[in-house]
Design a protein around this ligand. Structure first.
Ligand code: CFM
Length: 592
């Protein structure tokens, strides 16, 4: 018996996956159906990005390559990955976007990386959006002076400990040297000021921005404060951004166990916490995609080992706690962790049992970012739901197939564009956390360091995997799989819901969360239950299923009665006539 379920689990197949009540289509046939409309070049590219899973030998997937123009990707840009994702959540430094106002506006509170003022952390600048608001004159004559003035002005108003500056596309195109402006400002103001060349076009997605951000945080912050926290069992939680309060839920759970978080990178974190994070005993990595670079660099330079964890899903949370306790090899800690797991599971079991009566056997599909499409499968599995199709927006092959494929990943021109820092052991600050004998003993006991098995090995055989899914493919997926819920983002949420399928935003969580740790898991189960089982979906009839209303001509393209003249013109039948002075109001499309 596990903490979670009696074994064998009723409603599960021999591999432990929930058995769906609906009959599933043949994934290979669905794939063919999705691909068949593409012209040959697109077809060739998309074929590599769409696969049928085999967990025992994950097939090679085409990932982290340029999006096919026009497929309507869900991806974001390099600036979004740097300023928005990895560094943006640091709440007591100023983030100044150097560029036209749109980029600053877009990154203003759109990601729910929450931060709270506390007595020991009285400052929270996250509600501000700071931008140099570049205009045509700066695009023509250069924006460095305006940036220097903006840094000065922001400093005078807020007196922060540090200022980070982010370059947007036009800055890279006109060649403003943000780094020299930052160096000058650092001298002048006497605080830490540093820049990120994270122009949106720098990479094929936000993933490039993660790497640039990791490099910058490592160069300009990590290692500046050498005083370790006094608590024992110190860890950093890397790749956890406190969306909807997840980092708080994880922190609370760890505290109960007696495990201390020096820094979370970078959910609800302060500048000082990042500066001293190299003093922790262990790095635990939640989102491998966005922060594996930092984990590797900290290990090389400071000797902090890293392990992969996942606090999304009850069983996964228990597993992660046990893994952390095993690392510290402390009997008292191990016992405490077991106690906490037992308490948390006792509270969670009735919730699962109740939700299961309505959700068991239902299906989900997920297309999210670079880690959640994997992690959230565990939450669905907890309540007896099967993930029938999944994919990342921008993850790399290792996030799908596991880190053992790293040596075989081809470095293309787009990846070469991003700086790889050369890191060496720090002659003074490097300190091995475990002796080689201790490490060998841990590994012999099945403990794995710097390892991530990826999504495919943990998914059921025959699951459809789609990287950087297009709108057309999502529509086909809904038509052929009829999933009970889709986890995705704002760009496709309403398209999905117009099909009568509930869509849970797994980036911002809509307005919900936290979903991490045991308490968060309960929130997720209940919300999914409500979303799937509300009767509202039965009332949705997609517009294309309704009989055409002759009064409504919008959306009928060339068949629109109002386009008679164009049809005739195309057919070569019409004489070109001068249009009537004013178009009759009745012809206006209904969407106007
Ligand atoms: Fe990591 Fe993220 Fe994700 Fe990500 Fe993101 Fe995000 Fe995400 Mo949106 S860092 S890869 S770049 S877990 S913002 S908190 S939800 S796409 S799956």
């Amino acid at each position: 018996m596990s903490d979670f379920n009696e074994e064998p689990v009723p409603g599960s197949d021999s591999d432990g996956f929930p058995v769906p009540t609906a009959t599933l289509p043949d994934p290979a046939a669905v794939r063919e159906e999705m691909l068949k409309i593409y012209p040959s070049k697109t077809l060739k590219k998309r074929s590599k990005q769409m696969l049928v899973n085999d967990p025992s030998a994950p097939p090679e997937i085409g990932a982290n390559t340029r999006t096919v123009p026009g497929i309507i990707t869900q991806r974001g840009c390099t600036y979004a990955g740097c300023r928005g994702v990895v560094i943006g959540p640091i709440h007591d430094i100023l983030h100044i976007t150097h560029g036209p106002i749109g980029c600053g506006y877009y990154s203003w509170l759109t990601r729910r990386n929450l931060a709270q003022q506390r007595p020991d952390q009285p400052i929270n600048f996250l509600q501000y959006a700071m931008s140099t608001d570049m205009m045509e004159s700066e695009i023509i004559f250069g924006g460095e002076k305006k940036l220097a003035a903006a840094i000065r002005e922001a400093y005078e108003i807020f007196k922060p400990k540090a200022i980070a500056v982010y370059a947007t596309c036009p800055v890279g195109l006109i060649g403003d040297d943000i780094h020299s402006v930052c160096r000058e400002a650092k001298k002048e103001l006497g605080i830490n000021v540093f820049g990120f060349s994270c122009e949106g076009y720098k990479g094929v997605s936000q993933s490039a921005g993660h790497h640039i951000a990791n490099n910058g945080v490592f160069k300009h912050m990590v290692g500046l404060l050498d005083e370790p926290d006094p608590e024992p069992f110190r860890i950093n939680v890397l790749g956890e951004y406190n969306i909807g309060g997840d980092a708080w839920a994880i922190d609370t759970l760890l505290k109960k166990c007696g495990i201390h978080v020096t820094a979370t990178l970078s959910g609800d974190v302060t500048y000082d916490q990042i500066c001293k994070c190299h003093t922790a005993d262990l790095n635990v990595v939640m989102c491998h995609r966005s922060i594996n670079y930092m984990a590797e660099m900290m290990e090389t330079k400071y000797g902090v080992p890293w392990i992969k964890v996942n606090f999304i899903g009850a069983e996964q949370s228990a597993k992660s706690l046990r893994k952390i306790a095993a690392y510290f090899q402390d009997k008292q800690l191990t016992d405490r962790v077991e106690e906490v797991i037992a308490q948390e599971m006792a509270e969670l079991r009735p919730v699962i049992a109740d939700v299961k009566t309505r959700c068991e056997g239902k299906t989900a599909a997920m297309f999210v970012g670079g880690s959640r499409a994997h992690h959230y499968q565990h939450l669905f599995k907890d309540i007896g739901m099967l993930t029938v199709a999944a994919g990342y927006e921008f993850a790399h092959r290792d996030d799908y197939e596991g880190r053992d494929v790293l040596p075989s990943i081809k470095i293309d021109a787009d990846s070469r564009n991003i700086e790889e820092l050369e890191v060496e052991a720090d002659p003074e600050k490097f300190q091995a956390r475990k002796t080689p004998e201790q490490l060998a003993a841990l590994e012999a006991g099945g403990f794995s360091f710097k390892d991530y098995e990826g999504m495919m090995r943990e998914m059921r055989k025959e699951t459809l995997i789609i990287d950087d899914i297009s709108h057309h493919e999502i529509e086909k997926l809904i038509e052929l799989y009829k999933p009970d819920i889709i986890g995705s983002g704002i760009k496709d949420k309403f398209v999905i819901e117009k099909f009568g399928v509930p869509c849970k935003q797994l980036h911002s969580y809509d307005y919900g969360g936290p979903y991490a740790a045991f308490t968060g898991a309960a929130n997720f189960y209940k919300e999914v239950d409500r979303m799937i089982n509300t009767k509202v979906w039965q009332l949705v009839t997609p517009s294309w299923k309704k009989p055409a209303d002759p009064a409504h001509t919008f959306g009928r393209g060339i068949d629109n009665p109002a386009n008679k003249a164009i049809r005739e013109l195309i057919a070569g039948q019409a004489k070109v006539k001068k249009p009537a002075k004013a178009a009759p109001a009745a012809d206006a499309p209904c969407g106007e």
